[in-house]
Design a protein around this ligand. Structure first.
Ligand code: ATP
Ligand code: MG
Length: 721
C-alpha cells in the first residue's frame, strides 16, 4: 500500500530548514517586532519551501524592515550595521552579530546566530569566510508612526504603478540622455544639405563635400548605436517593471479580502489581461515617441534661426494637429470603454461555457451560449472598428498636415528667397526639419487608441489593487500561532454584500476548546456561512467572532487558518496528483502524514486501484475522480497536519453507507480532543458530536446536548419552518 506513495515523485517528507526565514525571525525578535512566522511567508512564492534572498526582502518588508542585498567583503562590514545576514554558498544563511576575539583560536573570529543550530555561537572568521558567498543582506527598521501621525503621511503614499516605474528611473535617465543626442543628430542631415547647396555646389568645393559627408557619416554611426542602445534600455526597463507589477498585482488579487472577490472569473481575467496593453505601452516605441516630443521645440528654434518667417508654417500647423488629436481622443473614450466591456463579456461567456461544458451539453443549451458569444463578438468587432477608424483618422490627418506643411514651407520659402531673406539650402533644410517636427505628432496620433486603452486598463487595475486587503499595511496582528480552539460568536449579524436581509441574525454561542458540535438546519439557513465567518473569509457587520477570547480581526488570517482544517461543502480540487491535492497547502507535508489522512478518509483504498496510485493526475476541477472520491480527497486535505479546529461542511454527502460508516469509525479518534464544528444533514454523523445547534432562517433556534435537541426535534417541540 505504501509503495504507491513511495513510487510518487515526491519529497522525502522532511520539512526543509529555511535558514533565511530563521534569520529573519531572529532579526525580528532582536528588534522586538510583533510577527508570526506564517504571516511572514504566507502567500509568498517560496522556492522548495524556503525563502530566497529576494523573497527575504518581501517577507522583511511585511514587518517594516527595509533591506538591501549587497556584495561586501566580510571584513568590510562595520559593526554599526550588524546584525546582518550573511548569505552562504550552500544556500544557508548566518546572522552576523559582532567581531570578537576567540581565546581558543589565534585568528579573528565572529559571533553569529546559526539558524541550523538555533543559537548564537562564535566561529573563526576563516571558517565563515570559506562558505561566504560574498553577499550580505542589510536590514533596517523603517520609521513606524502611530495612527495620530497618519494624516500627514497620506500624501506621501506612492502610486503603485508610477513608483514601480520609478525603480527604473536610472534606466530612463540613460534613455533621456540617448534621446537628447539622437534628436541633436537629426539636425545633421538638414545642416549638411544646406551647406552643400549654399557652399559646396556654388563653389564646386569637392573637398568640403567629402569633409561634410564624413562628419555626417560619423554622426549617423553614433545615431545607430544610440538608437539600438535606447530601444534595448526601454525594453529592459519595461521587462523589469512588467515583472514587478505583475507580481504586485497578483499578490494584491490573492491578498484581497474574500468578500471583495470578483463575481465573474472571465471578466476579471480579462481585466487583468488588459495589463498587457499597459505593458506594451510602456515598452514599445510609444515611450520614444513621447520622449521625442519636447524636442519639437528645439527643431522649431533651429527653423526660426535658419528660416525666419518660414517658421510660421509649423508654428500654425502643430496646434492644428494637436487640437484634432485631442478631439479624436475625447471621441475615443466611449468606443475604447465599450471595446473593453465587450471584450470582458466575451471572455466571461467563454470561461463560463468551458467550465460548465458537461452540463451545457447534457442539458442541450449550446445554442444559448453560442448566441451570447456571437452577440459579444459582434459588439466587440463593431466597437473596435470604431476605435480604429477614429485613431486612423488622426494618423491620416497628421500625415496630410505634414505634406501640406512641406508645400506651404516651399511657398513661403520661395517668397523669402525672392526677398533675399533665405538661401536655397536653408529652404531645403527647413522642409526637412518641418516634416521632422510633425513626425512625432503623427506617431502619437497613431498611438491614441493604445494610449486610451492603457489609461482605461490602468484605472481598472487601480480598482483591483486598491481592494481592501486581508493584511493591510501598517496593521499589527496579535501573534497567536497556536490556538486552543475556543470559538465564540457574540451578537453576530451578517449579510452578504448587496443583500438586504441579513443571512445571520443575532448569533450568540460559545464552543469550548475540544468541544464537538454539529450545526443542523434546513437548506439556506446559514450553516455554511457560519463556517465562512469562522475562517475569516467574511467579517460580521455587527458583533464579533472570537477565538480563545480574541477578536478574529486581531488575528492574522494566515495564523487563524493555519489552525483550522476546513472541508468545504462544494469540493474543489486542483490540477495535480492525488498526493499534491492532499498536501496542497504545504508541499512539505511528510508522506507519512499524507498516508495517515489518506487511510483515514478512504483515499488509499481507491488510490490503490489506480496503476499510478497516489500519483494519478487529477484534472482541473477534480475531473478524473468520482464524486465520492473527490469528497474523500477533499476531506483528507482538510485533516492534514491535525489542526486543533476542524470545520467539516457536509463531508459525506457523496459517500455510500459503507464508506461513510468506515469513515465515521476512523474519524471518531481523529476528532478526539479537537474543536469540531460539523455541518450535516445526516443523523449518522451526529455520532461524532456531543452538542447540537439548530439553525433556522439565520437564527439559532436550539442549542443543547445532542440527546435533548434530538428529543425536542422528535417530539415536535422545535418548530422549524
Ligand atoms: P445548505 O444546507 O443548503 O448548504 P446553508 O445553511 O449552508 O445551506 P448558506 O450557504 O449558509 O446555507 O447560505 C445561507 C443564505 O445565504 C442562503 O439564503 C443563500 O442564498 C445566501 N448566500 C450564500 N452565499 C451567498 C453569497 N455569496 N452571496 C449572497 N448570498 C449568499
Ligand atoms: Mg451549506
Amino acid at each position: 500500500m505504501s509503495s504507491s506513495v513511495e513510487s510518487a515523485p515526491v519529497n522525502a517528507g522532511d520539512e526543509p530548514k529555511d535558514t533565511l526565514l530563521q534569520a529573519l525571525v531572529y532579526l525580528a525578535e532582536h528588534e522586538k517586532v510583533n510577527y508570526s512566522v506564517s504571516s511572514l511567508v504566507s502567500g509568498l512564492p517560496l522556492v522548495d519551501g524556503c525563502l530566497t534572498p529576494e523573497l527575504f526582502k518581501r517577507a522583511a518588508g511585511r514587518i517594516g524592515f527595509g533591506s538591501s542585498i549587497e556584495q561586501r567583503p566580510l571584513a568590510d562590514i562595520p559593526e554599526l550595521v550588524m546584525p546582518c545576514v550573511l548569505l552562504q554558498t550552500n544556500n544557508r544563511a548566518l546572522v552576523l552579530l559582532a567581531y570578537t576575539r576567540d581565546e581558543s583560536s589565534a585568528g579573528a573570529s565572529v559571533r553569529v546566530f546559526d539558524p541550523l543550530l538555533g543559537r548564537e555561537c562564535v566561529l573563526p572568521m576563516a571558517s565563515v569566510l570559506e562558505d561566504y558567498s560574498g553577499f550580505a543582506i542589510f536590514t533596517k527598521i523603517e520609521a513606524v508612526y502611530d495612527p495620530r501621525a497618519q494624516p500627514f503621511l497620506n500624501f506621501q503614499r506612492d502610486h503603485w504603478f508610477w513608483s514601480t516605474l520609478g525603480h527604473s528611473s536610472k534606466i530612463y535617465r540613460d534613455v533621456l540622455v540617448a534621446s537628447f543626442f539622437i534628436n541633436l543628430f537629426v539636425l545633421a542631415n538638414p545642416l549638411f544639405v544646406m551647406n552643400v547647396y549654399d557652399r559646396v555646389v556654388p563653389n564646386d568645393a569637392v573637398e568640403t563635400l567629402w569633409a561634410l559627408a564624413l562628419g555626417v557619416g560619423v554622426v549617423y554611426i553614433f545615431d545607430f548605436i544610440l538608437k539600438t542602445l535606447r530601444s534595448h534600455f526601454i525594453e529592459l526597463a519595461g521587462k523589469k517593471s512588467d515583472v514587478l507589477l505583475s507580481s504586485y498585482i497578483f499578490e494584491r488579487v490573492l491578498g484581497a479580502k474574500y468578500s471583495e472577490h470578483p463575481l465573474s472569473t472571465g471578466s476579471f481575467v480579462s481585466q487583468l489581461r488588459d495589463f498587457d496593453s499597459i505593458r506594451n505601452f510602456i515598452t514599445s516605441s510609444t515611450v520614444t515617441a513621447f520622449i521625442d516630443l519636447p524636442f519639437i521645440l528645439l527643431f522649431l528654434v533651429v527653423i526660426i534661426y535658419i528660416g525666419g518667417s518660414v517658421a510660421w508654417v509649423p508654428v500654425v500647423m502643430i496646434p492644428i494637429v494637436i487640437v484634432y488629436a485631442l478631439v479624436v481622443q475625447r471621441l475615443l473614450q466611449k468606443s475604447v470603454a465599450h471595446t473593453f466591456a465587450a471584450s470582458a463579456q466575451k471572455n466571461a461567456t467563454l470561461v463560463e461555457a468551458i467550465n460548465n461544458l458537461e452540463t451545457l451539453k447534457s442539458i442541450g443549451a449550446e445554442g444559448r451560449v453560442q448566441r451570447a458569444w456571437e452577440k459579444a463578438v459582434g459588439l466587440l468587432a463593431s466597437w473596435s472598428l470604431k476605435s480604429r477608424l477614429l485613431s486612423n483618422s488622426a494618423t491620416t490627418f497628421a500625415g496630410f498636415v505634414q505634406q501640406l506643411s512641406s508645400v506651404l514651407v516651399v511657398i513661403v520659402g520661395v517668397y523669402a528667397i525672392a526677398e533675399k531673406e533665405l538661401t536655397m539650402g536653408a529652404l531645403i533644410a527647413c522642409v526637412i526639419l518641418t516634416s521632422r517636427v510633425l513626425a512625432p505628432l503623427s506617431q502619437i496620433a497613431g498611438l491614441l487608441v493604445q494610449y486610451k486603452q492603457s489609461v482605461l486598463a490602468l484605472e481598472a487595475l487601480n480598482a483591483v489593487v486598491s481592494k481592501a486587503q486581508e493584511r493591510p499595511d501598517g496593521v499589527a496582528f496579535i501573534k497567536r500561532e497556536l490556538l486552543r480552539g475556543e470559538i465564540t460568536f457574540e451578537n453576530v449579524v451578517f449579510s452578504y454584500q448587496g443583500e438586504e436581509q441579513p443571512t445571520l441574525k443575532d448569533i450568540n454561542f460559545s464552543i469550548k476548546a475540544g468541544e464537538r458540535v454539529a450545526i443542523i438546519g434546513r437548506l439556506g439557513s446559514g450553516k455554511s456561512t457560519m463556517h465562512k465567518l469562522m475562517l475569516g473569509l467574511y467579517q460580521p457587520q455587527q458583533g464579533a467572532v472570537l477565538f480563545d477570547g480574541l477578536d478574529s480581526k486581531q488575528l492574522d488570517p494566515a495564523d487563524l487558518r493555519q489552525n483550522m482544517g476546513y472541508v468545504p461543502q462544494s469540493v474543489s480540487l486542483f490540477f495535480g496528483s492525488i498526493r499534491d491535492n492532499i498536501a496542497y497547502k504545504n508541499e512539505w507535508v511528510s508522506d507519512k502524514e499524507v498516508l495517515r489522512v489518506a487511510d483515514l478518509c478512504g483515499v488509499t483504498e481507491f488510490a490503490n486501484t489506480f496503476p499510478q496510485g497516489f500519483s494519478r493526475i487529477i484534472q482541473e476541477r477534480g475531473e478524473g475522480l468520482s464524486g465520492g472520491q473527490k469528497q474523500a480527497v477533499n476531506l483528507a486535505r482538510g485533516l492534514v497536519n491535525s489542526p486543533p479546529i476542524l470545520l467539516l461542511d457536509e463531508p459525506t454527502t457523496a459517500m455510500d453507507n459503507t464508506s461513510e460508516a468506515r469513515l465515521l469509525a476512523r474519524l471518531k479518534s481523529e476528532v478526539e480532543g479537537k474543536t469540531l464544528v460539523l455541518i450535516t444533514h445526516k443523523t449518522t454523523l451526529l455520532a461524532l458530536v456531543d452538542r447540537v445547534l439548530v439553525m433556522d432562517k439565520g437564527r439559532i433556534v436550539a442549542d443543547g446536548s445532542k440527546e435533548s435537541v434530538l428529543q425536542a426535534l422528535k417530539s415536535g417541540q422545535l418548530n422549524i419552518s
